[in-house]
Design a protein around this ligand. Sequence first.
Ligand SMILES: [Zn+2]
Length: 109
Amino acid sequence: MFYCVHPCPCGYYGDSQIACTCAPAVVTKYQKRISGPLLGRIDIHIEVPRVDYEKLSGDRLGESSESIRKRVQAARNIQQSRFTNLQLPMFSAMQTCASGRYGDFVRSR
Ligand SMILES: [Zn+2]
């Protein structure tokens, strides 16, 4: 699930360039309007600051997918090596689950 929300009714609370016009009590009430059960389903909370238009619209190319893939694969190899070296039983469970045989893993317990 992906959920995105402004920090206050005017949308500028915490902004580095435009001042928020909301009263503190209004900001607090606004931020508490998300119910507890919904908040409980959100695992990661990230505040995203303003990004300049020039940065978004420039011709600068970002990192290529191939380059990112190599970094991710290197990290996965390191992690796999760590689990293998520790000989943790959970590693075999993770391999089983990753291969789509979670049911087999659960039944084997
Ligand atoms: Zn505001």
